[in-house]
Ligand binder design. Structure first.
Ligand code: GDD
Ligand code: MG
Length: 325
């Protein structure tokens, strides 16, 4: 049984600026809820009862929202890094808060990934193979921005090649690992360590057993503004991807105190925040309109993000745009 987990939510989310200037990437809302909340519910649904949030950048915003986790049906504690320890250092630091025996396993999530992968199956494979680490892998067309992870026919990981220019396989690290504590113990405590660049290569060279769990269901890393907008749209249009999504009506999520003109068309996974005004003859598809924003009459907004309080002039045409932050 795997009942413990760690969420890596301490990164700076630089590529998402200005959206991440005041909000850490994992707290950005997709389909109306912080990414972290979608992940917590996924973990809970697969039997995780105890989670540590490994925080650093804007660490103070997580606890007021998630508290001790009881509202979310799970126990949550926080491991704060005064200076970021990297993904590996964060794992070692957070794991020291879980009382782990050598044979215990922990599920570790990158904090910016949303997936429809079968976590129960990943856990089963981990237990069946008795591996030291079981990595969720997925296939992508262009693996250069990810960890390239070639596996053999049995699913054994051959190597771990973070962000290589000429990837040698199309299977990539999808950012959810199950680590046996004996593998976590290999990470030095209190140092900056990259799990991708330091820990995985070291474990492989020392003969630890690393298995890939290949799952080609829905997967997205919301590291860029466009993938963030897409993630929200996808979750609204496919509510089965996350049981944390609620309140979808006509393929959209509409907040409270909005003024939407009856001639406006809204859909394709849009989110309309509280107090938003949408004037006559607007078309809003696949977009996120943040609270108190106004969209002027006759505007067309597709696959775009409008920050809180912005006023979009009448007859604007915004396609794939980020307005404000
Ligand atoms: N606590 C803590 N401390 N968390 C961190 C730190 C840190 O110092 N650095 C990064 N993180 C968290 C981020 O918040 C994020 O949730 C996760 O670790 C991964 O960091 P990213 O910055 O999003 O990495 P990436 O997207 O470039 O690459 C990673 O994810 C890919 C899949 O989405 C790697 O794991 C790749 O191998 C992988 O393919
Ligand atoms: Mg990422």
């Amino acid at each position: 049984m795997v009942t413990k987990g760690i969420l890596l939510v301490g990164g700076k989310g630089t590529r998402l600026a200005p959206l991440t200037n005041n909000t850490p990437k994992p707290m950005l809302r997709v389909a109306g809820k912080p990414v972290t909340e979608h992940q917590i519910i996924k973990a809970r649904n697969s039997g995780i009862t105890e989670l540590v949030l490994a925080t650093s950048y804007l660490a103070e915003v997580f606890e007021p929202y998630f508290g001790d986790g009881s509202e979310f049906g799970i126990s949550i504690t926080y491991a704060v890094e005064e200076t970021p320890l990297g993904t590996g250092g964060a794992i070692a630091n957070a794991a020291s808060q879980l009382k782990l025996r050598d044979d215990d396993s922990v599920v570790i999530f990158n904090g910016d990934v949303l997936s429809g992968h079968n976590l129960d199956d990943q856990i089963s494979l981990h237990e069946k193979s008795n591996s030291d680490v079981t990595l969720y892998l997925t296939k992508v067309q262009d693996p250069r921005a990810y960890g390239c992870v070639p596996i053999d026919q049995q699913g054994r990981v051959q190597s771990f090649l973070e962000k290589m220019e000429n990837p040698i396989a199309d299977t990539i690290n999808a950012g959810c690992y199950i680590f046996r504590n004996r593998a976590i113990s290999q990470i030095p405590i209190g140092q900056v360590v990259s799990v991708e660049r330091d820990t995985f290569p070291k474990l492989l060279s020392e003969g630890f057993n690393l298995f890939g769990y290949l799952d080609n269901n829905y997967w997205i890393d919301m590291g860029t503004p466009h993938s963030f907008i897409k993630a929200s749209k996808d979750l609204i249009l496919n509510p089965e991807l996350s049981t944390a999504t609620s309140g979808v009506v006509n393929d959209s999520l509409i907040g409270s105190n909005t003024k939407i003109h009856p001639t406006a068309q809204i859909g394709e996974g849009s989110t309309i925040g509280d107090g938003v005004q949408i004037q006559e003859n607007c078309i809003i598809y696949g977009s996120m309109i943040s609270s108190q924003a106004t969209i002027g009459a006759g505007s067309e907004v597709r696959d775009s993000y409008i920050a809180a309080g912005k006023e979009v002039p009448p007859n604007s045409k915004l396609i794939g745009q980020i307005i404000g932050g």
